[in-house]
Design a protein around this ligand. Sequence first.
Ligand SMILES: [Ca+2]
Ligand SMILES: [Ca+2]
Ligand SMILES: [Ca+2]
Ligand SMILES: [Ca+2]
Length: 457
Amino acid sequence: MSIARLSLIAVVLLPTCAAATVPAPARRPGARVAAPVLEPARRCHAGAAPDFDGDDVRDLAVGAPYATSGRRRRAGAVAVRYGGRTAWLRPSPAQAGAGFGGTLAIGDFDGDHCDDLAVAASDQGRTRPGADGTGSVAVYFGSPGGLSPRMTLTVRSLGRTPASDRFGTALAAADLDRDGRDDLVVGVPGLAGGGGVGLFTRGLRTARLITQRTSWVRQPAGPTDGFGTALAVGAFGAFGRGRRTQIAVGAPGDGVEASGAVTVIDPVAHRSRSITEGGPGVRGVPERYDEFGAALAAGDFDHDGTDDLAIGVPGEDDTALPDNYARGAVYALYGSGDEEVWGLRRPGPADRLGSALAAGDLTGDGTADLAVGAPGGGVVQILDGRRRRGLGRGALIASPAGRTAQFGWSVAIRGRDLLIGAPGAGNFGGTAFLVRDSRTTAVQAGTAGDLLGYAVS
Ligand SMILES: [Ca+2]
Ligand SMILES: [Ca+2]
Ligand SMILES: [Ca+2]
Ligand SMILES: [Ca+2]
């Protein structure tokens, strides 16, 4: 499967850093200076925004998986915006077709309060053109000097031999074991036996693999299930049977002819629950190519203290046409047991609503909202979270770059800012847009063919 067909999960992120001002050492009058006075290193401290360099200015990252790097076509690159300045991260060594930057996740993996960035190249290691790669994830650690490469994770980290794994197709970061450091969840949907999920904890030094065959998950595993295509982390409560942080895993190729499935797993309590259309507590009929679970997001949309799960179903339609021809839908499953299905008010036949999801408090009222990408229709639908009432229809944000820009292919919420990727804009150079106070502005553009905006974080 090529990058252009991979589904994308918007990513969870957490804390941050800000510049600590360090006063210059006072010099006593008349004192001899025997050696240069070194200023103590500036350190990051927890702030309000994703911040890689600790200057208290929010940073962002935009993936351009088809960008040329090191003269290798489609090796990929990531544009990192430090405030108003852009620096590019490029894979080293660059490999043609690797798709570096197809998925991103921000977290503080070493607990130094500087945000760190995980960048997947899920097509890395292709044995032939068009084949699936084994994939890898490069982890960059933040510091007052910016991001620098620290480690690379692969399927070997999980004790498996590389094959067509697509390691890193989905990423999510959260402090699962509550040791003060964010942990990284890596989707490996091509792993032999229906896919899997890698859990990297303790500064990403400890790895663990969970699959459908794991004893406490115990699901039938088909080779094209794609377990690990999408991820979301939340405290789903009743939903995942506990108050601990759990992981929702999308398997859009599971079920009868890719109708799709989602599994909520509790890696500490060793419990799991399978969710399908038409299954317990979920309305709908599982149909061919629905791709239920192609995107996921977690947020407390009704402010009852328990996270709710949004599930993208971009293939949802009355037809069984494959691929790009579907209106799409998004399910909201509340911790309370309530359930809703959302569509666009004026749907088009190829909107693919629910291709990308992001949760966060956009309106600043203390309750999480949901952004839903419909890249085929060139719109992003906002669903406003409301205390005790759950989601309600909010703003519809239209593409400033035309209908073919794939506007809404990726979405992320950072504070009250909404980031939207449009990898088809400008002859597939791609553009990342920032929506703030109902104004949409372009923050970064790629050159033709880069697919910049395939991932935003
Ligand atoms: Ca910054
Ligand atoms: Ca860090
Ligand atoms: Ca942790
Ligand atoms: Ca809730």
